[in-house]
Design a protein around this ligand. Structure first.
Ligand code: 9W4
Length: 426
C-alpha cells in the first residue's frame, strides 16, 4: 500500500475499500466540487501549501480533502467531533496518502492529540468546523500564527466564537466565514436539515408521515425546511413560535400556528428546531397522546427536557436503535428519538452529499482566496473575519445549475440599462 508509516491514526486500514466505495458515491453527487477538482488539478494553485483541517471525517469531507490535494496541497486532517468520524472513510484517506488522525468514539484527550498531530506539518492554511484548530494554534502554538496565511471556518458556532475573538483584538490571522455564504447556510438549514430530519425520524421508527400531526417547534430556516418537507409527505404541520414575524410567515405558508401547550395535546410527531432549552417539558408530556414521537434537530440537546420525561415515566425500554419507549401515566407510551440529540445526525447521515457540495465548494474557493492573499493579489487584515463575496455565491449557484443541466435567462443590454437607470419607471 502506498502510505508512509506514522502519518495516520485510524481505526483499521482494512476498512479502506468500503470507505473508497462511499467516497466514490459522494463524488457522483457532488458535481460542483468535482468540476472545481477537474479545473484546478491542471493548474495546481495549492502547490507548496500545507493545509491542516479539523472537520467531520465523512464521505463528503473526503471529496473536499481529495479536491484540495488534487489542487496541489499537502493536507493533514483530524475529525472535529468524535461521533461523526466514518472509520471506513478515514481508512480510505489514510491509504490514499492523506495524513489522517481520526476514529469514531475517541476521548477528549485523543481529540486534542489528533489536532496536535495535524499541526506537526506546520500548516500555512487552516480549515475548521467549530474553530478548535484555530483556537489550538492561537493558545498552544502561538508562534505558528506568523506562518499561517489564514483560515476558513464552516459553522455558525465557530464563526460566532471567532468574531468575538476578533472583536477582542486576539486574532492573529484572517479567517473566512464560510458559514455565512447563502449557498452554505440556506442549503444546509432549509434543504439539508429539512430532508435529513425526516430521514432520521423514518430510520428510527419507520412511521408513516402522511395524515399525522407534525409539530415543528421553531419556524426558523431549519423549522421551515422540515415543515415544507413534512407537508410534502402529506402531514398536517403545526408550528410553535415565540417570534411574531416567523409565526406570521408560517401561517402564510399554510402551516397552523399555536402554543406548545395546545400542540402537545394533538401532536403525533414533535420536532424541536429552536436553539433554546426547555421547549418540551413536563406539562407537555402530561398531555401527549399515546404513541407520540419526540425528536430534536436543533443544535443543543436540551430542547427536550429529558429529566422531566424520565421523572414521569414508570419504566422505559429500547425499541430499536435511536428509539426509546417511555411508559407514562394512563398507560400512554412516548417515544424519544436519538436521546434528544440531533436526530438528523444521530439517526441519519446529516445533509445529503448534494447539499454538502455547496458548503465544501465554498470551503475550497475560500482556501484559494487565501492563497491569492499570500501572492499579494488581494489584501486581508490579519485580525479580521471575512465574509464570502456575493459573487462567489452566484458563481457556485451557477455551477450547480450548470452541472445539473439547467440553464437560465440572461438580462439583455436594454434590460440591464433599464435596471441601472434610476430615473426610469418613475
Ligand atoms: N455528527 C454527529 C454529531 C453527534 C452525534 C448515537 C447518540 C455535523 C455535520 C456534518 O455533528 C455531526 N451523536 C451521535 S452520532 C453523531 C453524529 N450519537 C450516536 O447515540 C449520539 C456532523 C457535515 N456533513 C453532513 O451533514 C453530511 N456530510 C457531512 O460532512 C457531519 C457530521
Amino acid at each position: 500500500m502506498d502510505f508512509k508509516e506514522g502519518q495516520y491514526k485510524v481505526r483499521d486500514l482494512k476498512l479502506a475499500d468500503a470507505g473508497r466505495r462511499q467516497i466514490e458515491w459522494a463524488e457522483s453527487r457532488m458535481p460542483v466540487l468535482m468540476a472545481l477538482r477537474e479545473k484546478y488539478s491542471k493548474t495546481k494553485p495549492l502547490s507548496g501549501y500545507r493545509i491542516a483541517g479539523c472537520l467531520h471525517v465523512t464521505k463528503e469531507t473526503a471529496v473536499l480533502i481529495e479536491t484540495l490535494s488534487a489542487a496541489g496541497a499537502q493536507v493533514s486532517w483530524s475529525g472535529c467531533n468524535p461521533l461523526s468520524t466514518n472509520d471506513e472513510v478515514a481508512a480510505a484517506l489514510a491509504v490514499a496518502g492523506i495524513e489522517m488522525y481520526a476514529w469514531y468514539g475517541m476521548n477528549v484527550e485523543e481529540f486534542y492529540w489528533c489536532i496536535d498531530r495535524t499541526l506537526d506539518m506546520k500548516p500555512n492554511l487552516t480549515l475548521d468546523d467549530g474553530a478548535d484548530l484555530i483556537f489550538t494554534v492561537h493558545n498552544k502554538y502561538p508562534e505558528m500564527c506568523a506562518d499561517i496565511i489564514g483560515g476558513t471556518e464552516e459553522t455558525t458556532t465557530g464563526v460566532h466564537r471567532l468574531r468575538s475573538m476578533a472583536a477582542d483584538g486576539k486574532m492573529k490571522y484572517p479567517v473566512i466565514a464560510v458559514n455565512d455564504a447563502e449557498t452554505k447556510w440556506d442549503f444546509d438549514n432549509v434543504y439539508g436539515t429539512g430532508q435529513s430530519t425526516l430521514d432520521g425520524i423514518i430510520r428510527a421508527t419507520s412511521v408513516l408521515l402522511a395524515g399525522k400531526n407534525i409539530v415543528v417547534a421553531g419556524y426558523g430556516h431549519c423549522g421551515k425546511g422540515v415543515a415544507m418537507r413534512a407537508k410534502g409527505m402529506g402531514a398536517n404541520v403545526i408550528a410553535t413560535e415565540v417570534k411574531p414575524t416567523a409565526a406570521l410567515k408560517a401561517t402564510l405558508e399554510g402551516v397552523q400556528v399555536m402554543p406548545m401547550d395546545e400542540a402537545a395535546k394533538i401532536g403525533d410527531i414533535f420536532i424541536t428546531a429552536t436553539g433554546v432549552k426547555d421547549v418540551i417539558v413536563g406539562r407537555h408530556f402530561d398531555v401527549m397522546k399515546d404513541g407520540a414521537i419526540i425528536s430534536n434537530t436543533g443544535h443543543y440537546d436540551c430542547e427536550i427536557n429529558i429529566p422531566d420525561l424520565e421523572e414521569r415515566s414508570a419504566t422505559h425500554r429500547t425499541i430499536r436503535a435511536n428509539c426509546e419507549e417511555y411508559l407514562m401515566s394512563g398507560n400512554r407510551r412516548i417515544y424519544l428519538l436519538a436521546q434528544g440529540r440531533l436526530v438528523n445526525l444521530a439517526a441519519a447521515e446529516g445533509h445529503p452529499s448534494e447539499v454538502m457540495d455547496m458548503s465544501f465548494a465554498n470551503q475550497f474557493l475560500s482556501q484559494l482566496r487565501l492563497v491569492r492573499v499570500d501572492k499579494g493579489e488581494e489584501t486581508m487584515d490579519r485580525g479580521s473575519v471575512y465574509d464570502i463575496p456575493v459573487e462567489q455565491d452566484q458563481e457556485l449557484a451557477a455551477l450547480k445549475l450548470a452541472t445539473n443541466g439547467i440553464t437560465i435567462d440572461k438580462l439583455t443590454e436594454a434590460q440591464m440599462a433599464y435596471h441601472l437607470d434610476y430615473a426610469a419607471g418613475t
